[in-house]
Design a protein around this ligand. Structure first.
Ligand code: ATP
Ligand code: MG
Length: 567
């Protein structure tokens, strides 16, 4: 795999790749079809943004940036029953967090309801739309199938004046929900089912988060979208592949109303990740069914979840850039996202010591009551981050899994009679193992070599292992939450038909007895640290001053990068 260009945080245009979207824009600028590029990101405010949306956001905003144009944020709020202000607010916050700005260009499709209504009247007047009385069941039956043509509704050729009158009365509230619809008059025999007289308006008495009860008819997405794009002067309307078959309808709408803008719809592949679900319906079910702790649960593929887990906007942007855009749907390995995350955190995360599952170590020859401070560098990748001092004393904690009473072959860590180095501290040798009545190891008695400060001894004795540790009386008790993928199967639901069957029962493991070095006191929610030898960890907002909580963001081992090197 070719290494992606260094991402510099998106402030300036990175070296531009010529994918099919950018090439198309190049052509449109060269031919004079457009002088400026205007894109948009059009979320429906019926859920939180996920990592798939991030791909679309990065694409739309960076393409606009690269070409010196602009990108609009437009809420596609045509479905009042599912949309809420909470979602609008969180979507805005998530896009800003990713590092993108829409300036004055915040729009809502609902702001266009009056104009959309006017265009519908125009279509009826031109005999391009009609009010239909078939019910949903009949309409389905008349529509035909992929292999057989549809049939025309008996209402299709009613006089224009009659449709006009009925449409006005639909708006005025003269009919119950679902009684009538407005349909485009296109072609019931079209091989493209989207063109078989699609519904443009339906009657629905529902309170809208912005227009309140002003409307009881609402326009359909396929009708609203091209018109909203055109009203805003969008030049390139980038959307996911499933809309490819809708493009003829997109173009039909714009060709048949009086509007002097015709954006080009261009489709690209959706992002899919294994062990993940991204459909909003499923994400909503995970939240409402309490399978996760909320939209921002660190196991969720939502941007809110990634943020809480400690992912950085730079990492997600670099990932989006690396995957690029393609015309065929495919899945991207989670390891690639993690790779970009590590690259970023490695640069910026301060190194600290934390013991996730502690085992007490008593240094029998260390002067009683003595405490010294050892110097520890904050980030070897960034000398300017300086160093700090951490307390060292005669009672320490090390990681329980760094000790083996009967070490396997090749064991470099601590075991009876063996010597290891304590990072930033001294050499220690294990003399005695103390156990409780149940045979559980409760403590190790060790001796330290006072001459080994600084990491070596005058006799240059070799030790193989270096362990992290904390001073027992100075360390802060903490909770650590270790996450695995939310699903145990790469394609949740593929086997049984129900994705909930594939929830991973071990997706969250809580280590309630961790100890972290005292420099972490008061670390703010959202700060990310590298716990030496363990991985990257982010302070969770559930933390209290007495009891910090850390989410494991990602482990240290980059299997993705290794695999790439090998292949
Ligand atoms: P649903 O899950 O209900 O299909 P959606 O993901 O399409 O919803 P929207 O709010 O309509 O939700 O999406 C906004 C934009 O994000 C759309 O232009 C859509 O094409 C794009 N988008 C959504 N999912 C992905 C994805 N997995 N990869 C890339 N782009 C996506
Ligand atoms: Mg959608």
């Amino acid at each position: 795999m070719e290494r992606p260009e260094e991402s510099n945080g998106g402030e300036t245009a990175a070296p531009v790749r010529r994918d099919f979207i950018r090439s198309r824009i190049d052509e449109d600028l060269a031919s004079g079809r457009h002088r400026q590029v205007v894109t948009r990101f059009p979320p429906e405010p019926n859920g939180y943004l996920h990592i798939g949306h991030a791909k679309a956001i990065c694409l739309n905003f960076t393409v606009a940036q690269e070409f010196g144009g602009r990108c609009h944020l437009r809420f596609d709020d045509t479905n009042p029953t599912k949309e809420e202000q909470e979602f609008v607010d969180n979507i805005e916050a998530d896009i800003r967090w990713l590092g993108f700005e829409w300036g004055d260009h915040l729009y809502f499709a609902s702001d266009y309801f009056e104009r959309l209504y006017g265009f519908a009247v125009e279509l009826i007047e031109k005999d391009k739309a009609y009010v239909d009385e078939l019910d949903a069941e009949q309409m389905r039956e008349y529509r035909g199938t992929l292999t057989s043509p549809g049939r025309e509704s008996p209402y299709r050729n009613r006089p224009v004046a009659e449709s006009l009158d009925l449409f006005r009365r639909m708006r005025a509230g003269d009919f119950p929900d679902g009684a009538l619809v407005l349909r485009a008059k296109i072609d019931m025999a079209s091989p493209n089912i989207n063109l078989r007289d699609p519904v443009l308006y339906r009657i629905r008495r529902a309170h809208h988060h912005r227009t309140g009860d002003d409307w009881c008819i609402y326009p359909m997405y396929d009708y609203t979208h091209p018109l909203s794009d055109a009203i805003e002067g969008i030049t390139h309307s980038l959307c996911t592949l499933e809309f490819e078959d809708h493009r003829p309808l997109y173009d039909w709408v714009l060709d048949n109303v009086t509007i002097d803008c015709h954006p080009q719809q261009i489709e690209f592949a959706r992002l899919g990740l294994p062990y993940t679900v991204m459909s909003k319906r499923k994400l909503i079910d995970l939240v409402t069914g309490r399978h996760v702790r909320g939209w921002d649960d660190p196991r969720m593929p939502t941007l809110a979840g990634y943020r809480r887990r400690g992912y950085t906007p730079a990492a997600i942007r670099a990932f989006a850039e690396a995957i690029g855009v393609a015309k065929a749907n495919s899945e991207v390995e989670v390891g690639l996202l993690e790779h970009h995350l590590r690259e970023d955190l490695n640069q910026h995360a301060p190194r600290v010591m934390a013991v996730l599952a502690p085992l007490k170590v008593v240094l029998t020859n260390y002067p009683a009551g003595k405490v010294e401070e050892v110097e520890a560098i904050n980030n070897p990748e960034k000398e300017s981050d300086g160093s700090r001092r951490i307390p060292f004393s005669g009672e320490l904690y090390i990681e329980r899994e760094d000790f083996a009473e009967e070490p396997p072959k090749g064991w470099f860590r601590l075991s009876p009679g063996k010597e290891v180095r304590l990072k930033h501290g001294y050499y220690v040798r294990c003399d005695e193992v103390i156990k409780d009545a149940a045979g559980e190891i409760t403590e190790l008695r060790c001796t330290y070599d006072p001459e080994s400060a600084g990491g070596t001894t005058p006799d240059r004795r070799k030790v193989k292992g270096t362990l992290h540790w904390v001073s027992a009386s100075h360390a802060i008790p903490a909770e650590v939450r270790i996450y695995e993928s939310l699903f145990a199967e790469a394609h949740p639901g593929e086997r049984t038909g129900d994705y909930l069957d594939d929830l991973n029962p071990d997706s969250l493991r809580v280590l309630a007895d961790a100890r972290v070095e005292p420099s972490l006191a008061g670390a703010g929610a959202g700060s990310v640290f590298q716990f030496l030898r363990q991985g990257y960890f982010c302070v969770d907002p559930d933390s209290t001053p007495e009891r910090p909580i850390f989410n494991r963001t990602v482990g240290l081992k980059d299997t993705w990068a290794k695999l790439q090197k090998r292949s």
